[in-house]
Design a protein around this ligand. Sequence first.
Ligand SMILES: Nc1ncnc2c1ncn2[C@@H]1O[C@H](COP(=O)(O)OP(=O)(O)OP(=O)(O)O)[C@@H](O)[C@H]1O
Length: 252
Amino acid sequence: MGEIALSAKKLNVYYGEKHAVHDVSLDFAEKEVTALIGPSGCGKSTFLRSLNRMNDLIPSCRVTGEIRIGDRDINEGNTDVVALRKNIGMVWQRPNPFHKSIYENIAFGPRYHGIKNKKQLNDIVEESLRKAAIWEETKDRLHKSALALSGGQQQRLCIARAIAVKPEVILMDEPASALDPISTSKIEELISELKQDYSIVIVTHNMHQAARVSNKTAFFLNGHVVEYDKTEVIFTNPSEQRTNDYITGRFG
Ligand SMILES: Nc1ncnc2c1ncn2[C@@H]1O[C@H](COP(=O)(O)OP(=O)(O)OP(=O)(O)O)[C@@H](O)[C@H]1O
């Protein structure tokens, strides 16, 4: 494994009395894609959201354990959560562009974080859209509404928006599940490109997708991680019978 970008240690997540994630410890390597798979309700999204403290927004939610990035635990009280979410970006299941122009969707984050220079903002917009493989489709309509883009284009725009603030890690919660097959394959190609620069953690229901895009896979069941290994091992020679049963479609 390369350098560790992000690490969960004995992470537990509760919604009131409901214990949704049990004692999960996982290391995510720099510049690798890690897929989180498992049946509906097994805690994948809850775990993913805890990696940049998105669960803080849910009043009943309580988290124990550590999430380490570098030498810091993000669950410490003095964490700057805005800076944290700049460093660990998020792409959601449904594309959620702001009701603004394509340009403003991308420039918003860098501007919020203090970049005012117009040329610098222009460069960031172009670079982010290029990296998200949507520059050619948008360069002549940068000041038109982002909502006029197709769903697949909107999702690539949302990826560009996440990239624009220069994160180290990008979290993706089923980023292609609302898209058609062509848009899905564009997102998958993009993920393969992006891992040259970022660590990516992706929740997916689609096992073919996990097998295609990820280096490592964690199999979740009832809030526990049953098995975590190289993706090829999980899909061809898992150690646990429950992993084998899941990937061969016996349940879930
Ligand atoms: N906001 C919430 N309040 C209360 N319980 C919740 C909340 N969100 C999730 N849960 C519960 O926590 C458990 C884990 O849910 P989670 O959404 O993390 O699973 P998942 O594996 O991502 O499922 P899916 O694949 O269907 O999205 C489930 O039992 C779910 O009902």
